[in-house]
Design a protein around this ligand. Sequence first.
Ligand SMILES: Cc1cc2nc3c(=O)[nH]c(=O)nc-3n(C[C@H](O)[C@H](O)[C@H](O)COP(=O)(O)OP(=O)(O)OC[C@H]3O[C@@H](n4cnc5c(N)ncnc54)[C@H](O)[C@@H]3O)c2cc1C
Length: 381
Amino acid sequence: MTVPPFTEEHEALRESLRSFVEKEIRPRAAEWEAAEEFPRELFTRMGELGFLGLNYPEEYGGQGGDAVHGAVFAEEMARCGSGGVAAGIGGHVGIAMPPILKFGTGEQKERWLVPGIKGEQIGALAITEPGAGSDVAGLKTFARRDNGEFVVNGAKTFITNGVRADFYVTAVKTTQEGGHHGLSFLVLEKGMPGFEVTGKLEKLGWHASDTGELAFSDVRVPEESLLGEENQGFYLIMANFQWERISMALGAVGGMQATFERTLEYALERHAFGRQIGRFQVIRHKLAAMATKIEAARDLTYQGLRLFISGQDALKEVSMAKLYACRAAVEVADEAVQIHGGYGYMREYDVERALRDARLGPIGGGTDEIMKEIIGKQLGL
Ligand SMILES: Cc1cc2nc3c(=O)[nH]c(=O)nc-3n(C[C@H](O)[C@H](O)[C@H](O)COP(=O)(O)OP(=O)(O)OC[C@H]3O[C@@H](n4cnc5c(N)ncnc54)[C@H](O)[C@@H]3O)c2cc1C
């Protein structure tokens, strides 16, 4: 059975992605998490299989699919057993490359999308700074014009793929005031003099992804690397957030569904007091509540997705989906740990990692509080 907006073609893609994730990522997830890195070759492997360009035009090496293909990708990657791998690949495909597709010139697309879709270059989106995360208008990194170039000074933090990316779609101030009418996107590249990766951050979860700190000291960036219109960056960032948030909600749904399936299996395998633990009413009710929460999150998320792809104003619904699904993923993972008992607390069991990984959802891409502020404003408050 297909549920709109997914067609049979999207479901066929889901099947092939699920099988790829099951065979080529899940068995290695624990090893990559322990190594705090997944191999760069995963990008090229996925590029060869066409998975990095599902919803990118064929002229740039993509598969020519639509946003729903991208949605299937976000949901299925979240089943891979490592939030870090899903974030590293997802950050490249779902947040770093979309602004280039949407706002880039033909030349910029040739330069970054083509190798990005092949997995030969890795992208990152660099907005957050040590002093400004939620408050995007308060960014301080400054780019001044000088002889046909921009000269960039400042710093970024918490950047997914930040250590090993090749290109960084970077939000900068291009007027002294910055703010809503003074931000722009510049694409910075690894190796530019004055561009330094100053740290790889240690985290609660997402261990396999490299979360970087960056510093820019008089980095000279050619004018041709300005993405979209100068000083309109705030609006470009906000437009990009909609896809990031719906992708995060989809990832939360895919991730908690996988956690639920594993937990249901465990509840039928594990015995205590002479019966399967899943036959205790209290555990049965926990699983029933988890399944209901997942279903509610899925429906809200698919509704946000349907509105988003129809081109209607989906700000409220996308924010609700991100808020609800990402929080639900934490709650479902917490219950999964509880149902696993002591084993749930052990590294060996996937639910331990699922709980740590899920905790990022209510923070990244706009916090729960910011989602509620947006929803509140949409309600006229
Ligand atoms: C693992 C990880 C990966 C990330 N990847 C990226 C990335 O690739 N690129 C990128 O640019 N960023 C990335 N981020 C940054 C992320 O988007 C920010 O952490 C997030 O937006 C919150 O910003 P902040 O950390 O500065 O918190 P702050 O904005 O300082 O917020 C602190 C607290 O105050 C609350 N708060 C702030 N403003 C308000 C308000 N108006 N009303 C009510 N409460 C408020 C927040 O909800 C939060 O609870 C990543 C973060 C992490 C942890």
